[in-house]
Design a protein around this ligand. Structure first.
Ligand SMILES: [Zn+2]
Length: 104
């Protein structure tokens, strides 16, 4: 059995993402969308259950890769905030211009 350990590594960075972007919707749908987009934008890190996991984790803990993952999450969060799919955002969609979503 193999898994992409990038998924867990990205999930671990979600609190940091919300610290940087506190206005982001935190529902399960939006978190999943952000994770899926960020995963697609980074090279996958597949490992078998035992073999290679230690090595891959060392690679994931590399400060530069942490930055790359956070940047991927920030970009994905902007895409999700611009095209929200969850009910909460749909309901408040017409007020979105008043929400501090688009800083730029
Ligand atoms: Zn949401």
């Amino acid at each position: 059995m193999i898994k992409n350990i990038l998924e867990k590594a990205l999930r671990d960075l979600i609190p940091e993402l919300y610290r940087l972007k506190p206005h982001l919707c935190r529902c399960e749908q939006c978190i999943d969308d952000v994770l899926a987009l960020a995963l697609k934008s980074l090279p996958p890190k597949y490992v078998s259950r035992d073999e290679g996991e230690v090595y891959a984790r060392v690679e994931l803990e590399n400060p530069q890769f942490q930055v790359d993952m956070l940047e991927a999450l920030l970009f994905a969060a902007e895409v999700v905030a611009a095209h929200p799919r969850c009910e909460k955002r749909k309901l408040t969609g017409e007020q979105r211009g008043q929400l501090p979503v688009d800083d730029k």
